[in-house]
Design a binder for this molecule. Structure first.
Ligand SMILES: NC(=O)c1ccc[n+]([C@@H]2O[C@H](COP(=O)([O-])OP(=O)(O)OC[C@H]3O[C@@H](n4cnc5c(N)ncnc54)[C@H](O)[C@@H]3O)[C@@H](O)[C@H]2O)c1
Length: 306
């Protein structure tokens, strides 16, 4: 299994590190436009191999896509992150050109690649990658919901004063501060609905904290987060590499599912060796349906800026 990670910055390097530590890929190629940067990150990571006991070979290259040839999976993290006070949507003018060029360059050298898009505004960048490459819909996946759901579980565990491993929950909809839909109605602690433990007010607070999870970290760090994003994308790469059929909410190109078409937005999907193997349609209540429609309108508005 050969994995290319485009962008050797905070998220790309974290993703490469988690992939290596889990030791399921034979090769990870880091590629960046900044001279020597990916080579340096790759060398630094390789010097952890004997300490962290992994055999994955990590190499770096400055913008040479021949080195990415025949990748099975490619992760696109290239582009600028937001600064405190910015929305993800404000990144579009810089990141759209980068993502389009990168997606086209990747498939030239890896015609069978499955692409995971991370760069923001992620739903629109995933849509753009589809339009730029024309790949089948199962082979381009946006990463947002896996991270947002991890943040949701973190906030639920905090409110419940329990380990995150006790909690299950999912965030669907657009990957934006206002478009995310944490499904509090369906969240559980060891199969018990969380509403048995937490008041409606508390659940509303958990939901709001989840939605601004990225902005909260951007304010604290001065740039956007990388550990949880890197872990989330590496978990999706692992699901493809090991054909686990794990379910993640991902930005998928919808063709009628949830009553939506010609849009990439977060929906539960089964991820395996073919990428998106199934989009799972869960029964939403009227409030959740209305929120999803509103979230889709906002994503379409951003798509209109392409
Ligand atoms: N989808 C998510 O859940 C999620 C989470 C966190 C961050 N992000 C997004 O991921 C992106 C990366 O964030 P980061 O914190 O790693 O940023 P960063 O600035 O640390 O890294 C980005 C890297 O991309 C490189 N780059 C720019 N143009 C390139 C090109 N044409 N080819 C190759 N490399 C290029 C830069 O040199 C830089 O090293 C941002 O757009 C950020 O908003 C998304």
């Amino acid at each position: 299994m050969k994995v290319t990670v485009v962008g050797a910055g905070a998220v790309g390097a974290s993703c490469a590190e988690y992939i290596a530590i889990k030791d399921f890929a034979s090769e990870v190629v880091l590629i960046d436009i900044k001279e020597g940067f990916a080579e340096g990150k790759a060398m630094d990571l390789m010097q952890t191999a004997s300490l962290n006991s992994f055999d994955t070979k990590i190499t770096g290259t400055t913008n040479d896509y021949t080195k990415t040839a025949n990748s099975d999976v490619a992760v696109i993290t290239s582009g600028i992150p937001r600064k405190p006070g910015m929305t993800r949507e404000e990144l579009i003018s810089t990141n759209a050109g980068i993502v389009k060029f990168v997606a086209e360059s990747l498939i030239k050298h890896s015609p069978n690649v499955i692409i995971i898009v991370v760069s923001n505004p992620m739903d629109t960048m995933t849509y753009l990658a589809h339009k730029a490459t024309g790949l089948p819909k199962n082979r381009i996946i946006g990463m947002g919901g896996a991270l947002d759901s991890a943040r949701f579980k973190y906030r639920l565990a905090e409110a419940l004063d329990c380990p995150a491993s006790d909690v299950d929950g999912m965030v669907i909809g657009g990957h934006s501060d206002t478009g995310m839909i944490p499904l509090t109605r369906l969240a559980t602690r060891n199969s018990v609905p969380v509403s048995a433990f937490l008041s409606a007010d508390k659940l509303e607070t958990v939901s709001e904290e989840t939605k601004v999870g990225g902005a909260t970290l951007t304010k604290l760090l001065g740039t956007s987060a990388w550990y949880a994003p890197g872990a989330a994308v590496s978990a999706m790469v692992q699901a493809i590499a090991c054909d686990t059929k794990k379910m993640f909410p991902c930005s998928c190109l919808l063709e009628g599912e949830y009553g939506l078409s010609d849009i990439c937005i977060g929906a539960p999907a089964i991820i395996g060796k073919n990428g998106i193997e199934q989009i799972v349609e869960i029964e939403l209540d009227a409030t959740e349906k209305a929120k999803l429609a509103e979230s889709a309108d906002a994503v379409r508005k951003t798509n209109g800026l392409l």
